[in-house]
Design a protein around this ligand. Sequence first.
Ligand code: LLP
Length: 418
Amino acid sequence: MSEIANISFKALAEKYGTPLVVYDEEKLRERLQAFTENFKSDSVKTDVIYASKAFSCKAMIQLIQEYGCCLDVVSGGELYTAYKAGFDCSKIFFHGNNKTPAEIRMALELGVGTIVIDNVMEAEELLRQIEGTDYQIRVFLRVNPGIEAHTHQYIVTAHVDSKFGISMLDEKEIAYVTDLFEGCDNTSFAGIHAHIGSQIFDGQAYVELVRKMFAFAAKMKKEYGVNIDSVNLGGGFAAYYTNADHPIPVDEVCAAILRTAEEENVKINHQIKRVCIEPGRSIVAEAGYNLYRVGYIKKTPNRLYAFVDGGMSDNIRPALYQAEYDAFIAGREDEEKHADYTIAGKCCESGDILIQSIALPEVHTGDILVMRTTGAYGYSMASHYNKLPLPAVVFVKDGEDRVVIERESYDHLISLEK
Ligand code: LLP
């Protein structure tokens, strides 16, 4: 694969410099289409909510709008980006375990449609701000269903002591919070939200989640009189990084969720009217490529290093989660493999290894190394470590390329400094 959308990777590296993040816009569109087409039901309303933490910029958010999806934001910054992209704020779901009073105010002022409340104190803060005003907001409550999906421990979010949500075991606390919102003229309580982890390969985890959420909704109605008519199942759908990964196809996982939802809904008298999912990674990961220029090659007793001009500053996932990636040398994909290389970044940290070991043809200084599947949580978790400027981000489609985020300059890097 020496080209993307009929443009060679080498030409992109020449034109824009490296490190460079490139997205195949057609792939982004395919994924959005796959989710919106497959997550539809005759018996319940459905929403596909893009989790913008995976990759957020104005161009991306405009694509989300084009496909009629809703948007998950978790901070004032993500909300501001959506607002500046012209996104319809009534379709925003505002998440987070510690939304500041200023962020809550901002959400109300911008007309955010839905807020996902995480805890009792946050519920009280929202009420303090909204009561007696003209603002209206729909409320979901994040619950912790106690389901652990098999994934890296830093990415698991629903174990018993998770910082997110109120445990389903704390029914009285949940009833207290929902009563607060039902008793307020400015809020309408919609339902419950859960997110069980990320990079989940096991469709059964979602089936269990649907069962648990629907049964819980029915129980809360019966025993506490709480009106839950919407269920938001979060995201977490896996992407393909290396040939060890076998993600569930989008149509299958959507079908499994909706089939289970329909079955469970029959048991509870069709109480649930709306089901939502929040994919992030599975929409953007495979569309993204990071391009680096190879610098020096170094042999140590046990390793052969190829150094590249980026690293943990533009993709912290290998260092943070031991995430694995596939890569190739642009224009030399068909050449015979020469040796196993360790691809190391340029940051001053021994852990700055992008790929521990990968078979490549003989790597030369100046080669363009292309890492695949970097579209999720790469740029969005980038840092200025070692004062490396952030890379540019380019969208390519039908032989055309366009910058969606400029490369940071040194002047921009120090622009806030006095
Ligand atoms: N909804 C909520 C409430 C979430 O917390 C998340 C991700 C998502 C949706 C989207 O999950 P996805 O479909 O992207 O898996 N930085 C980590 C991933 C952290 C995910 C946090 N929450 C990584 O690079 O793997």
